[in-house]
Design a protein. Structure first.
Length: 316
């Protein structure tokens, strides 16, 4: 196992900067009472600080453990690090100025900042695309964790790409342009009632939800595999890594299905806290189907593991 000091240094530097940024944002929340679109000014950069921190550490570890194409991935990781810093500087700067960063083209300066952010986001996506390909050559000690990392990286790439759904101007913005081109919320203007801390709309569709869920598959699916590995040392039913691998496949299928569901739910303008009709039914189908599949995997694994093994000299 490589030392943390041998992980991708530019990305670990970004992670360290995000710790500082998190502290600055927390102080800002305490001392600055301003709001942007009905939300505390420093909440958005705080969320980005934490998200970028997780993202940077995860990729720093993955790149350091690649058996092939490490040099290419290292270069891509450095590009990712620069893009992340550019984006966060713009977000923190906008918070300090008491304005919104994303989609803001109300002035020449704001349009220039948003243009720089748009370029950095595209560069970030391309860099992540390269590192995601490289991850498919990564082999970890168990097949379950290897597949979890590969699946998590692929779904995260999709989740990152979903951000582009937010960048086009809405019909209302085209009809009455007020200097904002793009939105998080579908069917309503940005702002209004939202979930605590996360800020996701509770009255309309919100494209930040699939973006968030997709991107953090990079952490959640590998953590699920790691948790199964720990559980396998205490519960015989999942002691066999073949069983854990099947459970990871089930979890990946469920995760991908949830991502598809919440994406179309957001596009339909439906609140995440008030699903109905097709989306409510879809959620139940995914949940029940996932539980049944997981129970079946464990049951089959337990039954197979309980069969007595035939000795070499045994006869039927």
């Amino acid at each position: 196992m490589k030392s943390v000091f041998a992980w991708h240094r530019p990305l670990m530097t970004v992670a360290a900067l995000m710790v500082v940024s998190t502290i600055v944002c927390l102080i800002g929340l305490l001392v600055d009472q301003r709001q942007v679109l009905g939300v505390d000014t420093w909440l958005k950069p705080l969320k980005f600080s934490l998200s970028i921190l997780l993202y940077s550490v995860t990729w720093a570890w993955l790149i350091a453990h690649l058996p092939r194409f490490r040099r290419v991935a290292h270069t891509a990781g450095t590009v990712i690090a620069v893009a992340l810093i550019v984006e966060q500087v713009a977000i923190v700067g906008a918070a300090a100025a008491g304005t919104t960063s994303h989609f803001n083209v109300s002035t020449g300066l704001a349009a220039a900042v948003w243009g720089i952010m748009a370029v950095s986001i595209t560069v970030l996506y391309v860099g992540t695309f390269v590192t995601t390909i490289a991850v498919f050559f990564l082999r970890l000690p168990t097949a379950s964790t290897t597949i979890a990392v590969r699946a998590g990286a692929l779904i995260a790439l999709v989740g990152m790409g979903l951000a582009y759904l937010m960048t086009g101007p809405t019909a209302a913005q085209l009809h009455d342009f007020q200097g904002i081109a793009g939105a998080h919320t579908v069917g309503l203007a940005d702002g209004g009632p939202g979930l605590p801390l996360l800020g996701w709309s509770t009255v309309g569709g919100d494209l930040r939800i699939p973006h968030f869920i997709g991107m953090h598959a990079l952490q959640l699916l590998p953590l699920f595999a790691i948790a199964l590995g720990w559980l396998g040392r205490h519960w015989r039913a999942v002691a066999d890594d073949r069983v854990r691998l099947r459970l990871v496949v089930v979890a990946t299928a469920v995760y991908a299905a949830v991502l598809v569901l919440v994406t179309f739910q957001a596009l339909a303008g439906q609140s995440i806290v008030r699903p109905d009709g097709l989306f409510l039914a879809g959620g139940w189908i995914i949940a029940v189907g996932g539980v049944i599949a997981a129970v079946a995997v464990v049951a089959v694994g337990t039954h197979s593991g309980s069969r007595p093994r035939m000795h070499a000299g045994a006869t039927a």
